[in-house]
Design a protein around this ligand. Structure first.
Ligand code: ASP
Length: 325
């Protein structure tokens, strides 16, 4: 054997050994799950639920790190440039797709910067308001917002957030440019809505359900195509005549590009185990949603969803003409 071939053989052998060692030993220490929004918000709620169950399955803690800001692009950017060793993962939502168009100078390419672990869940949104806002139903809210567009305030979690997308569609439908107030997540925005400092918001049911049921905020409409079991009396925005406002906040789990395939496969397996847990399904059902089926909690399904959603929202965002830069 020539010295060159010997070297090549040794290198391949070393790579195989490293791969096998990773497959056998992974994970050997705690994993950080970055949530690109504030603690206490809807994405955080979903993330903490699955992180806890994945910890049990993996035999190592999956700890949540909230990196809010810039509509989720700050946290996603951190993970895109994190070490691709299987110990940093990202839970993001539909904002991964919308930010691809909203940010023309994004530091990472959403389609290229990550390994895909799988889809997690798809959460409907609700249009809500502080509890003492006058309108009593969605039709009167529409009239009220049109008449008070320059004084009413709408919270969102920054450009690229689901609340931003929903708010943008709401303004387009009403032809009313409402004043928006950005937060690092809709967790803190909810606190301000409860305190009456903010008038309206569009947010996932994982953040609004308990408050609507408790009467501490008003819920007007859901953005899903059909009414929800948890709110049978709440209309969909589509049945109220705003068909273009159908938004479902799908969530996906990612790892930095180059994360070893064995680690990704183990994470996918663990995600599927979490989503199959009846306790998680029950908690999500209380919040108006359900876990993604195992067939969707796969890298292929998440990649296909991201590609389709970038294509879906690109023309809508371009028509709105508002960008982050
Ligand atoms: N609901 C937020 C959004 O607008 C994110 C969050 O705080 O979880 O995307």
């Amino acid at each position: 054997m020539t010295p060159l071939k010997l070297l090549a053989g040794l290198a391949t052998g070393a790579m195989l050994m490293a791969t096998t060692a990773l497959a056998q030993g992974y994970p050997e220490r705690q994993i950080t799950m970055v949530i690109p929004f504030s603690a206490g918000g809807p994405t955080d709620t979903v993330g903490r639920l699955i992180a806890e169950r994945m910890s049990a399955d993996l035999g190592q803690q999956v700890i949540v790190e909230n990196v809010g800001g810039a509509g989720g692009t700050l946290g996603a950017g951190n993970v895109a440039s994190a070490e691709a060793d299987g110990y940093t993962i990202l839970l993001h939502h539909i904002g991964m797709a919308t930010s691809a168009t909203l940010y023309r100078n994004l530091a990472y390419n959403p389609l290229e910067a990550f390994e895909y672990i799988g889809l997690v869940t798809e959460v409907p949104m609700t249009i809500v308001a502080r509890k003492d806002l006058e309108p009593t139903d969605f039709a009167s809210l529409v009239t009220y917002v049109k008449e008070n567009a320059d004084t009413i305030t709408m919270a969102n979690a920054g450009i690229g957030a689901a609340s931003h997308l929903c708010g943008m569609l709401f303004m387009q439908a009403l032809e009313a440019p409402i004043v928006t107030v950005p937060y690092r997540g809709t967790g803190p925005a909810m606190t301000e809505l409860l305190g009456g400092q903010i008038d309206i918001m569009c947010d996932q049911t994982t953040n609004t359900t308990e408050q609507i049921k408790g009467g501490t905020i008003k819920g007007y409409a859901v953005t899903s195509p059909a009414r929800l079991d948890i709110f049978p009396d709440m209309p969909t925005v589509a049945e109220s005549g705003f068909g273009n406002m159908e938004v479902s906040v799908w969530h996906g789990l990612y790892a930095p590009k180059g994360t070893p395939a064995e680690a990704v496969a183990r994470l996918t397996q663990s995600l599927q185990a979490a989503l199959a847990d009846p306790g998680i399904a029950a908690k999500l059902a209380e919040l108006g949603t359900s876990p993604s089926p195992a067939a969707d909690a796969t890298p292929e399904a998440l990649k296909a969803k991201l590609e389709a959603e970038i294509a879906r929202w690109k023309p809508v965002i371009e028509a709105a003409g508002t960008y982050a830069d």
